[in-house]
Every structure is written in C-alpha cells, then in structure tokens.
Design a protein around this ligand. Sequence first.
Ligand code: GDP
Ligand code: IMO
Ligand code: MG
Length: 430
Amino acid sequence: MSKNVVILGAQWGDEGKGKLVDLLTDQVKAVVRFQGGHNAGHTVVVNGKKTILHLLPSGILHSGVANYIGSGVVLSPAALIEEIKGLKEQGVDVNGRLYISDACSLLLPYHAIFDQAKEKAMGEGAIGTTGRGIGPAYVDKVARTGLRASDLADTEQFIDKFTEVFEYYNFILQNYYGVPALDFKQMLDKILITAETIVPLLTDVPAKLSEHYKKGDNILFEGAQGTFLDIDHGTYPFVTSSNTVAGAASVGSGFGMLYIDYVLGITKSYATRVGAGPFPTELTDDVGAGLAERGDEFGATTRRARRCGWLDIALLRRSVLLNSITALGITKLDVLDGMETIKICVGYKLHGKNIDLSPSTLKAFKACEPIYEEFPGWKESTSGIKLFNELPQAAKNYLKRIEELSGVRIALVATGQDRADVIMLENPFA
Ligand code: GDP
Ligand code: IMO
Ligand code: MG
C-alpha cells in the first residue's frame, strides 16, 4: 500500500528540509513541491558535493523517481530553466523525471521588479523578502488576473493576457514607484522562448498522483519555507505569500488529504530566521554569532546572514498543532557541539502570566518574553554520528527533553550536511 509523507519546516525556513527529502527519496516513486517558488533554497550534499535547489524538488538527484511541481507553486520559467541548466552542467539530466502542473501560476519578471520596488519603498518597515516576486505572483493568482503555465501552450492567447497584465504593472511601477518603463517586446520575447522547455513538461499532476497512489507507490511531499512564514498562521505580515502548513500539501498538489499518512516536522536544534519579523529567542550576542558561524547560517538563496537563537518550544507546540506533526526531524545537532550550556525556551511570560503556547497575534507575540530551561552542553563531536547510542549523554538528554516538551517523538536526527549524516530512529515510510 502507498505511504505518503509530508516533510515541512516547523520554524521559519531553512530547517534542512532539502537534506531529509533527498535522504528519504530512495523509498518513494514521486516527490512533489506544493507551494512557494524560487524563494526556497534547499541544500543537498551527497558525498561532499553540494547542490542547492530552488524550484526543483529535492528528489531530483535520484534516478527512477518522478518529481512534480504542483499547482500551489508560483513558477518562474526563467528560474526553472536556469536551474535545469545548472544541474545538467553537474551531470544531472532532469529529462523524464520532471513534471509541472499545467495549473501552476506563472511568476514573470514584472513580479520581481514590483517586489523589489515595494520593499525599497517600505524602507525600515520592509519584510525582507527574497526579492524574487513571490508576493506579487500570488496576488495575481488570487486576483484571478495571472497567467498559468498552460497559457504558454497557446501563444496568441498568452500574448493577449500578458499584454493586459504588463500594462497594469508598467503603469503602477512608473507612476507609483518611479521605476523606469519596462520594455514590452524584450520581456515578452524572453518569456515566449521559455515555452519550448516548459510546455513539454506540463501535465495533469492530480491525475498522475492518483495513478501513483493506485499503484501503491510511496509519495513524498516537500514543503518550502516554514510554518511561521505561513500566510495565515505565521507572524503576519512578516511571512511569505503561500500556505506552508501541512494542509497545503493536499491543496497545492491536488492529492486528497485523507491519503496523507505522516507529517515529518523539521526543526533545527536551535532556531534561525532570515528577513524581518519578531523572534523571541534571538541571540544578538557572541553565542548567536557562534551558532551562525558553526552552522554556516547564510541564506541558500540570497546569502543573507540568518538570525540565530535558542530552540523555542512554545512555537514548536503551535507548529505541532497546525501541521498535525507525526514526528520530528531534528537537524544540525552537531552545531551545538562544544557549547558550555544550551537553553530551550519552554514557554513565555506574557503580561505577567506564564503561557506554554505561542500566541496567535503579532502584538501579543512581540510582547512575549521567553522562559528558559538550561542544560549542560557536551564537549564531544557528534558530527556524522549515525547511532543514537553513540551520542554523548548530554545530547541524548537534550533530545529527550525536546520530545517531552513538544509532546512529539523524534524520528530523525541530522548530525552533518551530508546525506549520510543522520540517525534514523523511525522510518516514516515503514
Ligand atoms: P532547507 O531550506 O530547509 O532545505 O534548508 P537550507 O538548505 O536552506 O539550510 C540548511 C543548511 O544546513 C544547509 O546548508 C544544509 O546543508 C545544512 N544542514 C542540514 N542538516 C545539517 C546538519 O545536521 N548539520 C549541519 N552541520 N548542517 C546541516
Ligand atoms: P526555504 O524553503 C527562509 C522569508 C524571507 C522573508 C519572507 C518573505 O529555503 O526554507 P518572500 O520572498 O517569500 O516573499 O519573503 O520569507 N523566506 C524564507 N526564509 N527560508 C526560505 O525558504 C524562505 N523563503 C522565504 O526571508 O522574510
Ligand atoms: Mg533554505
């Protein structure tokens, strides 16, 4: 029987989803991206060789596995082609293993220009987006004015629709944001060329996933961003423009929600965030700088420095309930090696009261003060350890405490960047 697993970020992104998707792909016949766009940066390291994936699902390095881009993704044809080209140069041919939903909304160059112009105009209040045009592309989708991947198959119709949207952006960009006029023909020609590559990859993703299901194939759904960047449930407005929670796996791929068996929530052994927005456990001192250095905390997409802090269980508890997390994947345990003491935020003080679940409004969240539990660290290296029993006792205690506090068991613990650096306590596909 088919077993279907969602892997998603339980924090603010960059939890190491790509690594774990790649690791578990050897047990599936299909990997599906269901939201976000090329704002994502998913790192996969195999035998020391690093690949960063943005739009391509992180199962793409395995032969014999179908990789799908679902309709919940905003697709930049140019970014996808660039990524396909990059992989080809590394000797990975996506031919015959990549399929795109014909219902994907297109992310076109004016979206990125708009995103950047808006962020610039917002100044201090900016969200700190990736500047890729994600927000504007979803705006067009929801406003029902956007172009879809299927439109690329009909040039005449594409030009009609494109002309209308182009004129709108060109007007707003010039008259509201003071951006120089866009060149219609240059932009259109560049987009039309992409049809040659994109159109042959288009397919009816829901129908394909249903075929996999009926055949008994396992399917892996790969989340991008993280729970607290969710447009509804995240720290709005400091969020991305898609739903990132587990429910989006069904919506953004067209796979019935009752066929999903398991949700693996990924969290680092500490916390990071890129871009603006509240972060109660943020460390702006040397301890935070040490985590950033040892964890190489620079964005995989924009290379921006990631903000670092302690693991936050009040947030993790909310993540568990929002996503119905079955089990946790803890990554970057090795980054804590050598620390004198480690702290976990076990709840918050809010207006004089102790609470154990992060609040739902930004105002209350901003007012929260973390309550910490302190642990002795460990001196030994955990790098590359594959068996739980080989971990230092203090590391075992730390992991056990995360299970107790979050109320969820741990399935996997990552101890290094490489695919092989992992402790598997429970196989999500078993
Ligand atoms: P994603 O967006 O969730 O796929 O995560 P990113 O790729 O943006 O960021 C995670 C970073 O941590 C990448 O550089 C990974 O190679 C790295 N990484 C993942 N797991 C581990 C781990 O257990 N230890 C260490 N040291 N690095 C890890
Ligand atoms: P992965 O999949 C971390 C953040 C941006 C910004 C906010 C909105 O690699 O975990 P956007 O460009 O989406 O409109 O930016 O969301 N953000 C991410 N942070 N990891 C990501 O993806 C992110 N994708 C977007 O930094 O704060
Ligand atoms: Mg990332």
